[in-house]
Design a protein around this ligand. Structure first.
Ligand code: FE2
Length: 364
């Protein structure tokens, strides 16, 4: 019972439930350079909700808001605030993947449905994962339209340039105390995922990081879901803070890949995207930690880009601040130079450099 019965072709789209889809869409266009793609709402015959679809290379986001006070979307938004509801997975046969997933113990969210329009048909079906988060399976091999049946083309004149974001590298889920193993097991039994051996779940639960993590991946590594749970540390875990404000488990960050991180971070910063602060002292030890890199270190320091190395290479990454009012969901920008890991070394290096700054201020 390996992956062959549950083949995943990649991430199809990520759907956010938000308070104001129209304004959120403008943010993803202006700040991140996503391009307008499709729309569904009152104008397409929907009565209770609206969705804007945006795309940048292989990354597709759907922003959905409720138009009525009493709906699943409204209830979800009231409880969780803006956040990811659906991580849609691209499959060859949605019905068989759904049936297999349910047979292996997944809780059903939506039985297979055929959506049709003049461009063909799409089959969707879905199961729950951690919290109220959902995986929808999308079978689109018989569809030639822009996005999904029911959506019309959205083609405004306002189209800020893209920022070089290419594809979803991984999507991290935060789950409650002691739930990580159970969720990792869910991905193993239901989806046939394996734990990536390059990532050791034991050693990042240090006093510094205050979190545990297991990275679950499918057989072709196109779909990677690290699962975090809080751990006891010196301070309140950032995972705990997420769980408090999201009111339960949910997607913590989507990592988006670029092949030119200097360009991407420069563009994002100039458009007002806010990133986590990285102290100067982080770069004092960088060469001893990661060795030589192809990029100009001064430029990495100027842009506050983080660097980490594993056995296979290195990676460059940076994390945004939360992108909504609650301190919950954020983005990661990542460029891989051979490394297949997730920047574990940066947890400790970042924390230590913050401590150095703190001790300078006498507040440690
Ligand atoms: Fe990440």
């Amino acid at each position: 019972m390996k992956n062959s019965c549950l083949p995943l072709l990649g991430t199809d789209y990520v759907e956010f439930y938000v308070g104001n889809a129209k304004q959120a869409a403008h943010f993803y266009q202006s700040a991140f350079g996503f391009q307008p793609l499709a729309f569904a709402g009152l104008e397409t015959g929907l009565k209770d909700r609206v969705s804007y679809v945006l795309r940048q290379d292989k990354i597709t986001f759907v922003l959905t808001s409720s138009l009525v006070p009493n709906s699943d979307i409204a209830a979800h938004h009231q409880k969780h605030g803006d956040g990811v509801k659906v991580i849609a997975l691209w499959v060859d046969n949605a019905s068989s993947v759904y049936q297999e997933a349910v047979a292996r113990g997944a809780r059903s969210y939506q039985t297979p449905q055929i959506l049709k329009d003049e461009n063909g048909e799409v089959v969707t079906a879905g199961v729950y994962t951690y919290g109220e988060t959902v995986h929808l399976f999308i079978e689109r091999k018989n569809y030639r339209g822009t996005f999904l049946p029911g959506f019309i083309e959205w083609n405004p004149t306002y189209k800020p340039e893209n920022t070089g974001l290419l594809f979803v590298d991984h999507i991290v889920g935060n789950v409650g105390w002691g739930e990580m193993d159970q969720v990792a097991e869910y991905y193993r039994t239901v989806f046939g995922f394996d734990q990536l051996i390059s990532f050791d779940d034991k050693d990042i639960s240090t006093e510094y990081t205050a979190l545990k993590s297991k990275v679950m991946a499918n057989d072709n590594f196109w779909v990677k879901f690290p699962i975090n749970e809080p751990a006891k540390g010196l301070k309140k875990s950032q995972i705990e803070e997420f769980l408090d404000f999201y009111v339960g488990p949910g997607p913590q960050h989507v990592a988006m890949a670029t092949d030119d991180i200097s360009h991407t971070i420069t563009a994002l910063r100039s458009r007002g995207v806010e990133f986590l602060d990285v102290p100067d002292s982080y770069y004092n030890t960088i060469t001893s930690r990661v060795g030589t890199i192809e990029e100009n270190l001064d430029e990495m320091k100027k842009l506050r880009i983080l660097i980490d190395r594993d056995d296979e290479g290195y990676l460059l990454q940076l994390f945004t601040k939360p992108v909504q009012d609650r301190p919950t969901f954020f983005f990661e920008i990542i460029q891989r130079k051979g490394a297949k890991s997730f920047g574990k070394g940066n947890f400790k290096a970042l924390f230590e450099s913050i401590e150095i700054e703190q001790s300078k201020r006498g507040t440690l």
